[in-house]
Design a protein around this ligand. Structure first.
Ligand code: ZN
Length: 468
């Protein structure tokens, strides 16, 4: 169908192997911009010299890439020059190399034009990770369903079955603190359980919602939700900030919002992104759940094509997974004051809006929060996170859960993109889970503390931002 630029969704599947799929980072520039000619890496894609550790990491990365180049000449794409079409340049930067895409058909042009995020779109382009199979095997290794196997449980990736088991155990182990709430079910009828952490019965408590795993292949996301719940329960009455937060705030944590897709990434196709619902009139499967919410639904930055990675679905909340979350938030909007969705990769702390270039009504307040969180991460972990409104720092991405939650009246609404910045992308090795989770935890703590400092805001009836 699309010989050179197939979406992995329509790729003939090789179980567990995305050997010919790579996560790509696409740089879009408007017509008229002056460019240096490739093959040098465009300045915009050079590592940012912003912090000693980052420099170290980049040096380390460059060294590894140099070694890799020396040991194993990379497979080169047929076309190595920069390509202009329809007003845009498209670069692909991966593993230290810049590649370009030359679309051969109008259909391919449309795919590229629909690339709306720098970090979430995987195109089958070239073999770029010669050891991708090994990295995937490493991710699936040592999976153990027993949380009692120690804290290392949280520094590994887990199958969907083990995550369900963990949810049950956690609810059983903390019967007075944790409840598993069934918020809905997936297309394939898998239950969507959110854990409610409530450490006391104080009246009028604020609450925070966190969902993980909207996008199936972003394995670090469910790993964070598990880590986060474990951390809160372990450090209540131990860590001052955690105690203060839990004394004043309940948490709803949905570890896997897209269980069908997550299961599929373990059994069939590691790079699967969407859910698994069949679509009328096509053999292409799945809707991008983070384009399926009613926030400027299916406008620029989403696709009406069921075969596209960012397919918005036939109508807003068409999918049982997004509908379940939307219904839960609607019915709890009086108490939930913070919405957070966890994704990967690219290290970003994102605030509304992604569905429009308009600024959120409380943009400065939100911006200050993510800036402080990013500063904290840099200070404690010497790692760099970009922050700001989604449409400003990435691209237009309509139909996202964070913008929808914001428009519902949850004025503290965020999306985090966890590690890394493209070295491994979605295939983040287990050895990086701890670091990624600690950084996100610090950002959550920072934001929760800041929201707690605010006077209790009225929720529910507020009309915030532009109409969805
Ligand atoms: Zn995502």
């Amino acid at each position: 169908m699309l010989p050179a630029l197939q979406s992995p969704d329509s790729t003939p599947e090789h179980p567990l192997s995305p050997a010919t799929s790579v996560a790509v980072r696409v740089e879009k520039r408007h017509r008229g911009t002056t460019f240096p000619r490739p093959p040098s890496i465009p300045a915009a894609l050079q590592p940012e010299p912003d912090g000693q550790h980052q420099q170290d990491e980049d040096s380390d990365q460059q060294h590894a890439q140099k070694q890799q180049r020396e040991q194993q000449p990379p497979q080169q794409p047929e076309t190595k020059t920069c390509t202009v079409f329809d007003g845009f340049f498209f670069y692909i930067y991966f593993s230290g190399q810049v590649l370009s895409i030359t679309p051969n058909t109008q259909e391919q042009v449309e795919i590229l034009k629909n690339v709306s995020t720098q970090f979430e779109v995987a195109l089958q382009v070239y073999v770029m990770l010669p050891n991708a199979d090994e990295i995937i095997k490493m991710q699936m290794r040592n999976d153990s369903g027993d949380p009692r196997s120690g804290s290392t449980f949280y520094y590994r990736y887990h199958t969907l079955e083990d995550i369900y088991d963990w949810i049950n155990r956690t609810a059983n182990d903390y019967p007075d603190k944790v409840k598993a709430i069934l918020v809905g079910s997936s297309y394939e009828k898998r239950p969507l359980y959110a854990l409610k952490l409530s450490l006391n019965n104080r009246p009028n408590k604020k609450a925070m919602w966190i969902d993980c795993g909207i996008h199936a292949r972003e394995w670090i996301s469910p790993a964070f939700c598990l880590f986060f719940v474990h951390y809160l329960l372990s450090f209540y009455n131990v860590n001052t900030e955690i105690t203060q937060i839990l004394d004043n705030m309940d948490f709803y944590v949905l570890p896997v919002m897209n269980p069908d897709g997550y299961k599929y990434t373990w059994t069939n196709s590691r790079m699967w992104r969407k859910n698994r619902s069949p679509q009328n009139g096509t053999s292409c499967i799945g809707v991008d759940l983070n384009r399926n919410f009613d926030a400027n639904w299916c406008t620029t930055g989403a696709s009406p094509d069921p075969c596209n990675e960012i397919y918005c679905g036939p109508f807003p909340e068409s999918e049982p997974e997004s509908q379940a979350v939307a219904n839960f938030l609607r019915s709890h909007k009086e108490s939930i004051q913070i919405y957070l969705s966890i994704h990967s990769y690219s290290q970003m702390l994102i605030i509304p809006f992604s569905c429009t270039t308009d600024e959120a009504e409380n943009h400065s307040e939100l911006y200050e929060m993510v800036k402080t969180a990013a500063d904290q991460i840099r200070r404690y972990y010497r790692n760099t996170y970009t922050y700001g409104a989604g449409a400003q720092i990435i691209y237009l991405a309509p139909g996202g859960s964070d913008d929808w939650a914001y428009n519902l009246g949850i004025k503290y609404s965020f999306t985090f993109e966890l590690q890394d910045r493209g070295r491994y992308g979605f295939l983040l090795p287990p050895s990086h889970i701890q670091g990624a989770c600690n950084e996100a935890l610090l950002a959550v703590k920072t934001i929760a503390m800041k929201v707690m400092e605010k006077p209790q805001a009225a929720t529910g009836s507020r009309q915030a931002g532009p109409a969805a």
